[in-house]
Design a protein around this ligand. Sequence first.
Ligand code: PBG
Ligand code: ZN
Length: 329
Amino acid sequence: MGGLSLRRLRRSPALRALAREVTLAPDKFIQPLFVVEGLREREPVNGLAGVYRETPESLAAQVERDLDAGIDKFLLFGVPRTPRERDFDHGFTAGQVGALRARLGRAAWLAVDVCLCAHTVHGHCGVLDEAREHVDNGATVAELALAARAYAGAGADCVAPSDMMDGRIGAIRAALDAGGHEAVAIMSYAAKFHSGFYGPFRTAAGATPRGSGALADRATYQIDPARARDARLSAERDAAEGADILMVKPGLPYLDVLKELAASIPRPWAVYQTSGEQAALELLAREGLGDAARLQLETWTAFQRAGAQAIISYAARRARALIDRAAGG
Ligand code: PBG
Ligand code: ZN
């Protein structure tokens, strides 16, 4: 019989492996970490298997286990003890960066989240204006630049602003350069949407926005899911201001954005498989409605297929085991 046979190439594992366009590798993954000031014992994060709010004592041991598991890239979220209105203290997170660096040298590549939502009394990503009605862009950007400089000074390889203020990348780049940190990279949450898939993170980081009117949620600073063109404008602007790596977040609901932007903006693209996305996969598996390993690998394959060079995932520390098992079986 003539005609196109698609099934001939699917007959054997060998042919399927040869035909594959996407191959996952552990060195493409970044593992998020939470460290909480004053916490006595580490606490599991509800909805995310194997993810903890670490204590300053437990953090390094977890990173060492991750290195043993073949993951050497991390995104650190520091959670200070005392929430404030302004005049934030970036010393706790900077201290954690320094401690990891002292213990591990350059064995771990360390990106540090730059935002204020884990620091503020109201859980918003920035400082409020005098009337306490809006997040003040200028005051927030100035504070973010201070945070970035503190983390770079403590030894971060990369800073990752997740706040979505206007002009933050340029301000952070200028502050890093002025501090002699030309080698420190910026990974911008450029295409970060106002999403419902951030739930478990907000409990883990103590970063739930509280307020009314413009402060009811993060809609005044994060991208509207129905305005994908803002993601392009944001990404082009952040690249022009000096972002080294650009990010789409969340992942699965925004594969169209990832595919289009990664194809047209020639920067490394990361995708953030957010806490809500991860929890959804784990709930499916727990209810017996799907296989955890397959669900995980399929989503990661989709990210790479859509054009991501790097994947931030709460399950990164299981990546090597999952990839090896799939290849072997
Ligand atoms: C806040 C921040 C969020 C995430 C990273 N930094 C969520 C938010 O905007 O509330 C998302 C992480 C996740 O859900 O995994 N600046
Ligand atoms: Zn924030």
